[in-house]
Design a protein around this ligand. Structure first.
Ligand code: TIU
Length: 221
């Protein structure tokens, strides 16, 4: 299949490609979570959800592998470096009790993926203690075991966990494309800059594409 993309078309086969949804969690998308405690307007992320839902449904319909990630820490915070917890001057720190449970802690209601994009049984869910999806996780091994070489990304936030994950993927030999309308940032200018930097220099980090073009490619088959 060929997906119109920048800096040039992205060729892929569904059987060797995974759709990767980065951190669509209440902690980032809803009031009272990690994103808001860092001082951000979480409403800015909502625009990515409807196009991501359409892509997820279409990808599931063609039988493609789906990976969901969550930024989360163990309840004892043994996988949260003090430098990460101490960073900045948030109202609530990682591990503190907020309105949706403990901030960025596995199992808490705020740490769950939003209902609109909930994982189905059999889909891969990766709990990651870092910004990148590969750091301190078994994602690479899981993808290798399934013969995956190409990744289609959506998620939040564009310049933090999404871009970190795309850079980690590049270093591990994957080709990755970021769906422009399926990703959002608390800083619109950072989203725009990230899209530019991903596809600059001949796709130094990867490709960018519109979700409508992916839907059309999947429909055409
Ligand atoms: N703060 C911010 O923009 N993002 C994060 O802390 N994590 C993710 O991007 N998931």
């Amino acid at each position: 299949m060929q997906l119109p993309a920048l800096p040039f078309p992205f060729n892929f086969e569904v059987s060797h490609t995974a759709l990767v949804l980065i951190d669509f969690q209440r902690d980032f998308m809803e009031a009272g979570g990690f994103g808001e405690t860092l001082g951000n307007n979480v409403a800015l992320l909502a625009a990515a959800v409807p196009p991501m839902q359409k892509v997820l449904a279409a990808w599931r319909a063609v039988g493609g592998l789906v990976v969901h990630t969550r930024e989360s820490h163990r309840p004892d915070l043994s996988d949260c470096p003090p430098a990460k917890r101490d960073r900045g001057n948030p109202a609530l720190r990682i591990g503190d009790v907020g309105p949706m449970g403990r901030i960025l802690v596995a199992g808490e209601s705020g740490n769950q993926i939003i209902e609109a994009l909930s994982p189905l049984p059999g889909e891969i869910v990766i709990d990651k203690p870092g910004k990148g999806a590969f750091y301190a996780t078994d994602l690479h091994a899981q993808l290798q075991a399934r013969g995956i070489t190409r990744l289609i990304f959506g998620g939040v936030t564009t310049e933090v966990c999404v871009q970190s994950s795309m850079r980690e993927a590049t270093d591990r030999g994957y080709d990755g494309v970021l769906l422009e309308d399926c990703t959002e940032s608390y800083f619109p200018a950072f989203k725009a800059a990230t899209l530019e930097m991903v596809r600059a220099q001949g796709g130094i980090v990867g490709w960018t594409a519109d979700s409508a073009d992916l839907l059309a490619a999947l429909h055409k088959g």
